[in-house]
Design a protein around this ligand. Structure first.
Ligand code: CTP
Ligand code: MG
Length: 372
């Protein structure tokens, strides 16, 4: 028997209740689609070996990773996904519409699965629950009710058999009821409000606020120096500046972009620019430094980080940076895919002291703040 634990994310719905043209699972939340949020959270859990996302035919390229094709209802989508998996020991079935998946809930589910064929996360019902017709009807005793969330964890063979046995003309809104119909007990573990489903307009904003509150701020610095020589062009902050000297180095020697690149790498402890683009590598001879910065930014994005702010200081006696300040801000903003307001460019002399004061070189330092 396979030892694998597979997470199955269903993302083949139309998202009719939330409205709009894009199915809700593909809507962006802090720069990443809902479905990819869940996929990354599940894939990152040490107890999960593989993640398969079920999408409507034609939508395969909208999600990261492995996919299977969904059906007309959630139940059919789950069944298709279970069949596509082929072999596994345990499976977690999750709604793409629940983008935030706390690892602690997965821990509890996998533990509960040691002594049951199925386990689900639930939360108590806090509001008064009542029946309604045209007017308000009787109150329902909420102490006997729970809210059932996903991911739901199952013994793979048991849930597959239960799904296959379910009548095709009957609907089911989750998989625990399908397992119970097959005669198995379903264990209950504590759910989490962070798992709330995105169903109606407004739910996205709440999820965004919750995600924002979970993110941490990180700050890192970068510093670089290049020699000023005659006969070189002067690139500063991705902008060609007319001057009687230019910076020398293996690449275009853009000292300002190098300082920012090092700071960006620093926010994710990804080493320094020399490690990623060694001066010994002929590929980087005369290279435009913008690509170094774009690469560093892509590493931050791949880790789920967002660049918030860059503060750059260029240290030189000449040229004057002021006239180019906004052009540099715009260029750096373009490279980092942020707005001009998120880029600060300052300059200072060193009162004719030291190598910068004597015009022998230009130094730059940068502070970059990200959220991750
Ligand atoms: N789902 C699916 N295949 C379907 C229907 C639903 O994979 N045929 C998925 C949805 O993409 C969602 C999850 O099942 O991740 C829960 O369903 P729900 O919240 O009802 O999503 P939708 O059906 O897309 O939304 P609505 O009911 O508002 O149309
Ligand atoms: Mg639905």
């Amino acid at each position: 028997m396979s030892a694998e634990t597979i997470a199955l994310i269903v993302a083949a719905g139309k998202g009719e209740r939330i409205g709009g043209d894009t199915p809700k699972q593909f809507l962006p939340l802090a720069g990443l689609s809902l479905v990819d949020h869940s996929r990354r959270a599940l894939a990152a859990h040490p107890g999960i070996d593989r993640v398969v996302t079920v999408v409507a035919a034609g939508n395969e390229s909208f999600v990261e990773g492995e996919t299977a094709i969904g059906g007309a209802t959630r139940r059919e989508s789950v069944l298709n996904g279970l069949e596509a998996i082929g072999e596994a020991r345990r499976v977690l079935v999750h709604d793409a519409a629940r983008p935030i998946v706390p690892a602690a809930v997965i821990d509890r589910l996998l533990l509960a699965l040691d002594s049951a064929k199925g386990a689900v996360p639930t939360l108590p019902v806090a509001d008064t629950i009542a029946r309604k017709g045209d007017a308000l009807g009787d109150t329902v005793d909420r102490s006997a009710l729970v809210r059932v969330q996903t991911p739901q964890a199952f013994d793979y063979a048991a849930i597959l058999a239960a799904h296959r046995a379910w009548p095709i003309d009957e609907e089911a809104t989750d998989d625990a009821q399908i397992l119970r119909r097959a005669g198995h007990d379903v264990a209950i573990v504590d759910g989490d409000p962070l798992l709330d489903k995105i169903t109606y307009p407004g739910d996205i904003a709440l999820a965004e606020a919750r995600l924002g509150a979970m993110m941490r701020v990180r700050t890192a610095t970068g510093y670089d120096v290049h020699r000023l020589v005659a006969g070189e062009r002067l690139w500063l902050g991705g902008v060609l500046i007319p001057h009687d000297k230019g910076l020398s180095g293996h690449s275009d020697a853009d000292v300002a972009l190098h300082a920012i690149t090092d700071a960006v790498l620093g926010t994710i402890a990804a080493g320094d620019i020399g490690q990623h683009f060694p001066p010994s590598d002929p590929r980087w001879k005369g290279a435009e430094s913008g690509q170094f910065l774009e690469h560093a930014a892509s590493l931050v994005a791949a880790k789920g980080g967002t660049i918030d702010f860059v503060d750059l200081t260029i240290i030189c006696e000449a040229p004057k940076i002021g006239p180019y300040r906004d052009t540099i801000r715009d260029r750096v903003a373009t490279l980092l895919r942020v707005s001009r307001e998120q880029i600060s460019v300052k300059a200072t002399t060193t009162e004719r002291l030291g190598f910068t004061g004597r015009g022998e070189g230009i130094a730059a330092q940068a502070v970059v703040t990200i959220r991750i």
